[in-house]
Design a protein around this ligand. Sequence first.
Ligand code: ADP
Length: 602
Amino acid sequence: MTAARRIAIGFGVALLLVSIIGITSLASVTSLSRTTEAVRRSTDMVMSLSELERHMTELESAARTFVITGDIAYEAPFNFATAGTEKVLDDLIENASGDEAQTAIALELRRLARSKNRVSSELMDIRRLQGMEAAAAFVRLGTGKAVMDTIRMRTAEMKQHAVTLQAAERAEAAINARRTELITGGGAALAFLLLTIAGITVAREFAVRRRAETAMRESQAQLSQFLDSLPIGAFVIDAHGRPSFANTTALTMLGAGTIDDLDIVTPGMTIPLWRDGQNTAVDAADDPMRAALRGLAARREGLELRTGETHIPIEISAAPVFDSNGNVAYAIAAFSDITERVRARQALQDATRAAEDSNRAKSDFLARMSHELRTPLNSVIGFANILLKNKGGRLGEQEISYLQRVLDNGKHLLLLINDILDLSKVEAGKVQVEWETVALQPLLQDIVHQLETQARNGVRLAVEMKTGLVPITSDSARLRQILINLVGNALKFTEAGSVVVSVDTVPGTRRPSIIRVSDTGIGIPAERLGSIFEAFEQADRSTARQYGGTGLGLPISRALCELLGYTLTVSSDVGVGTQFCIDLLADVNKARTEETNETADA
Ligand code: ADP
C-alpha cells in the first residue's frame, strides 16, 4: 500500500471516529437532559401529591371542626384548602402529561377531590341549616370517608409509581453517561493513535521525498554537467518555441551567454538557420526544429548557424519529445560544427575533379597517340605481309624468319594499341552504349562457335543454360566484347577439361541474372586476384611469356561491365580452375537497396 493511501485511510478513520464521538455525545446530552426533565417532573409530582394530601387533610379537618363548633371562622381555611387542592391538581395533571396511566390517576384524583369537596360543602350546609344532629347523621352515612380513603389510596399509588419511574430514569441516565464516557474516551484514544500513525507516516514520507528531491537535483546537476561536456550543441525548446535548455556548446555556437539571452539572439526563430552559402533564412517547412514541433524527426546538412558575423556550417538533427498524452511537449536538437568536414569534402571534390581531368587528358592523349600509331603500324604489317609472300624468291630463310618476327611483333603491337585505345575510350567516357533487346542464347552460341578453333585438343567448350530465357536489355556489341575476352582467356589458360558458359536466373523466373564463364584451367593465385583487373597486370610473368597477352583484356571488360551497369568478379583455385561472373542485375539491386535504405531513413 502506498504511503499516500495509508495516510488517507488513517485520516479518514480518525475523522469517522471524531464524528461518531460527536454524534454519541450529542445523543447522550439529549438523553441526559430528557432524563433530568423526567426526574424533575416525577419529583414535582411526588411533591404535588404530598401537597394534595396536606390540602385534603386540611380541608377535611376544617369541615370537621366547623361541624363540631359551628364556628363560621372555619369556612375560610376550608375555602383556602379547596383552592389549594385545585392548584395542586392542575400542576399534577400537567406533570403527568405524556404518561397515560399517571394522567388517568391525576384526573381521577381531581374528580375525587371535587367530589370530597362537594360532600364536605354539603355537610357544612346541613350543619349550618339543620343543626348538629342532622350533620352527625350525614357523617354516619360515610360518603365523605369513602371518598377520602380512595383519594389516599390513589395518591399513595401515584406516588409509588412516580418514585419507581424516577429510579428507572436515574438508572438509565447513569448507563447513558457511562456509555458516553466509554465511547468518547475510547474513540479519542483511537483517533489519537491513528492521527499519530498518520503523522509519523507523513513525516517519513516527507523525509523520503526530501531524499528523492536531493538525489534528483544531484542527478540533474550531473546530467547538465554531462551535456555541457558534449562537443555538440544540445538545444531544447518548449511547445511554444521558447528556449528551455541549451548546453555550453550550443550557447557558444549561438553567441549567447545564458539561455535567457537566446530570445534576443534569435527573435522569431527557433534557431538562426540559413541556407548554406545563400542569403536566405531557412523557412518553416525546412526548419528541422519546427518539423520536430510538428512531431516529425528531421536531419539536415547544408545549413549555416548565423549569429552576427559568424557563419558556422552545421549538421543538425531534431526530434520531438512527447508528453504522456502524446502531444509534443518539447523539440530537442543536436547540432555540430562541420567546418572541417565541409573543408575536407571540398578538398576531396577538388582532388577527384583534378584526378578525373588528368585521367581524361591521359585517355585523350592515348586515344590520339594510338590512332597516330595505328596508321604507320598497319603499313608495317601490310608491307611485311607482302614481303613474306617472297614473290621474287629473293629472300633467304633467315630474312623470312626476320620478316615473320616483324609481322608477329607488329600484330602484337597493333593488338596492344587497339586495347589501349579501347580502354582509353571507355575511361574517357567516349564509348556510347547502344541499348537494345538481346537474347542471350544465340549470342552465347555465336561466341562459342567463333572461338571453338582456339580450344586445345580435348577441351570441351559449351553453353549451358535453360531454354526460353527472357531477353535482356543491353548493348550486344559490348557484351560480346566482354564475353569474347573472358572465354578467350579461359581457353588460353585451359590445357584440359572444359570451358563452360552458363546463365543463372532470378529464382522462380526465367529472367537472366548472372553469366558465368568457368574453366578447369591453371587458375589464378589468390594474392593476384585483386590486381588482374588493373591495366598491364598479369597473374604472373612466366604465364605471360608462355601464353602471351597484353594484360588489358580484363580492365577493358570490367570497365565495359561498369558502363552497362554490371559487375565483373572472379574466383579461382590454382590448378583447379577459374570462374568469372557478370552480375547483370548489380545496378538494379543497388538501386533497390538504396531505395530501401532511404525508406528506412525516412
Ligand atoms: P591478357 O591479355 O594477359 O590475358 P587479361 O587482362 O585478359 O590480359 O588477363 C590478365 C591476366 O589474368 C592474365 O594474364 C592471366 O594471368 C590472368 N587470367 C585471366 N583469365 C584467366 C583464366 N581464365 N585462367 C587463368 N588466368 C587468367
